[in-house]
Every structure is written in C-alpha cells, then in structure tokens.
Design a protein around this ligand. Structure first.
Ligand SMILES: O=C(O)CCC(=O)C(=O)O
Ligand SMILES: [Fe+2]
Length: 359
C-alpha cells in the first residue's frame, strides 16, 4: 500500500517552541514576537505592487471553449488563476466556510483538545512553515488528512457527523476538479494521457492522487502592516485549490510586479501551481510564491485543498517537454521525498533537485 501523506509528515515533525496559540482576541497591541521586519523574511520587504497596479491573476470561466489555453497561459505567467463555473455548488462553499468559522470561533481550550501533536499532522495548530521563521504568524490553522471524525468529535460533541459529511463532500468535489484542471493545463502543452502514465484522465479513478485540507483563520490584527498572516512560500503540491471568504489577504509574487493581491470574487476558487507541477512541466509552469496578509477590520478565512500524487509515484519532467538537446530541468522525485527535502530546505527545495546545466 502506498505511503499516505500522513506518514510523510509524521516522519518530519515540527518542533515549535510555541505550540500554544495565543487568544488573538485579547491582544490589543502586536506583541514583539509577531512583529516582522525585513530581517525576518527578505521577501517581507519586497516591492509591494504600486497602488495603481490593476493587474492581477486572471479569472477563467471553465465553461469557456478556450479555457484550457487560458489556464495554460496563466500557469506559465502567474502560476495562479481564479476559476468561475467550476461546478462546485455555492451552498457547499458556504457550508465549508461556516464550518471553518465555527471551528475557529470555538474557545481556545476547546480547539486545543484537537491540537496537532508534536509528531502529528492532523489537527489544530500553527502553520507548518512556522519553524523556518523567528517571528510568529498572525494565524491559526487546522489540518485534515484522512477522516476528521476523531478530531471533530472533540470539537463538536453534538454536531461532528454533519461537519464530517461536509468535509467528505468537499474533498470529493475538489479531487475531481483538481484532476480536471491538471489535464486542461497539460493538454494546453500538448501533453496527453500516454505521456503521464501514472495519472488517469478518468475522473472515476483518482486513486493515484491524495490530498489534505488546510483550514486557515487570520484574526483581525491591531497592527497589520507589521504582522504576517502566512509567510511567503510555494506549495509542495501538484495543484492547490483555495477558497477564501470575502476578505482580501492572499498575495502572489511576480518578479516584475512585486506582491499582487488576489481579490476575492464571490463563488470563485483560486488555483495555485505547486512545486510538483512545476517539475512535471519541466519548469514551464510557475510554482507561485504566495503569502497571506492580515487586516485591522475583518477576520479572514481560507480553505486550502492541497493535492498531489500518491507518495511513491515518481514525478519527473514529461519527456515531451524536454528539448532533445538538453537534460530535464529536474531529477525525478516522489512527493514523499520532496516533502522531506522541503521540510529541511523549505523554499530552496526545488533548487536541490534541479539539474544544473552547463551554461
Ligand atoms: O490563506 C491563504 O490565502 C493562503 C493559504 C496558503 O497558502 C496555504 O495554506 O498554503
Ligand atoms: Fe500555500
């Protein structure tokens, strides 16, 4: 049986000196441990986009006949896009948002009943990337891998079954959507099912993929300019599908434009290219650097569907996308191995598996 995502993470526990969440609502000033400077993250100070910048990631209508090409173009230029007409019912998005709000609205002591253990993956806690930074992030999270039943029972002794049903339905929908998006993007490069033997086009057979669901809460912050909701990172996934409530905060980085805010569009979903899709596309698709900022007036919620292949599948650049005169840009890697590299080298992980060509 292929190793599941849970095992991958379990082998790489996060050791954090601060495993306890503060009660954000009681803080009237930003504590020093939450106050970021460019020293804490060089990207913190990277050029903010000018207020006049109108450019942002495209919003693509999946019913549009040219959707595949638009997605391909967005993956190459931004590494991210929003989608409308994605087929996920609005009522389900609302249910997931309600669940997320209800979870983070619980008293801290209750949330800590489902705290992620030192070596665990699922449950309540700080962002996984927290261990790479000296400063703390203005957010709290809840990770779901496999069934949330045990954790949900601790959080909501009465209503956990309803909430489990919502998660299950959401994950089913997301799995199908993610596979559809991957194939649309690959088709735009002329890549078809014969070129990627481990991934089936058939939406009824998604057993080659696995996923985790990450719920995030960014509370109202007394000094948002000095705080960081979630520091800059790329996702280790093939694709990530993000639902955000109606509050801006997600930003994506473009070398030529700086940090660009992704405006919430009601009912739409944000899609990010992750590191594995970048590898698979031989570097053609950009694994987008992104982060979450916070604000002083509205709490922000996001639901992140992190999607990739089963842990033992070897991902390497599709041969068709590699020029016959050059070696592939990356060596082959399983998701399991890649997460191990990421757990040690964080944002430098991709360069660790890159084939360095003679210039
Ligand atoms: O909350 C967001 O907008 C971003 C979340 C994210 O990037 C993550 O969970 O990996
Ligand atoms: Fe992310």
């Amino acid at each position: 049986m292929p190793a599941m995502l849970t095992d991958v993470f379990r082998g790489h526990p996060i050791h954090l000196p601060h495993s306890h969440q503060p009660d954000f609502t009681s803080l009237r000033e930003l504590p020093d441990s939450y106050s970021w400077t460019p020293k804490d993250d060089i990207l913190f100070a990277a050029a903010p986009s000018p207020p006049t910048a109108v450019e942002t990631i495209p919003l693509i209508d999946l019913d549009h006949p040219d959707a595949a090409n638009q997605i391909g173009h967005a993956c190459r230029t931004w590494g991210a896009f929003q989608i409308a007409n994605h087929g996920v019912p609005l009522s389900l998005l609302q249910d997931v948002e309600f669940l997320t709000g209800s979870l983070f609205g619980l008293p801290v002591q209750r949330k800590l009943k489902a705290a992620r253990s030192d070596t665990g993956v699922s449950g309540y806690g700080v962002a996984r990337i927290a261990s790479f930074f000296n400063k703390q992030m203005w957010s709290e999270g809840f990770t779901i891998t496999g069934s949330p039943l045990n954790d949900f029972r601790k959080l909501w002794p009465q209503h956990h079954l309803n909430y489990c049903d919502i998660v299950e339905e959401y994950e089913e929908r997301m799995k199908k959507l993610a596979s559809k998006l991957m194939w649309l993007a690959l088709n735009s490069l002329g890549v078809s099912e014969e070129d990627v033997e481990w991934a089936s086009l058939n939406s009824a057979d998604l057993s080659w993929a696995q996923a985790a669901l990450q719920l995030n809460h960014y509370p109202v912050c007394p000094e948002p300019d000095r705080a960081m909701g979630l520091a800059a990172h790329t996702d280790s996934t093939l694709l990530t599908i993000l639902y955000q409530n109606n509050t801006a905060g997600l930003q994506v980085f473009r070398d030529d434009l700086g940090w660009i805010t992704v405006p919430p569009v009601p009912g739409s979903l944000v899609v990010n290219v992750g590191d594995l899709f970048h590898i698979l596309s031989n570097g053609l698709f950009k694994s987008v650097l992104h982060r979450a900022r916070v604000n002083q007036t509205r709490a922000r919620l996001s639901v992140d569907f992190l999607w990739g292949p089963q842990s033992d599948i070897k991902i390497s650049p599709v041969p068709k996308l590699v020029s016959p005169l050059e070696s592939p840009l990356y060596r082959s890697v399983t998701w399991k191995k890649y997460l191990q590299t990421k757990a040690t080298h964080f944002n430098k992980a991709l360069s660790m598996i890159r084939n360095h060509r003679e210039e």
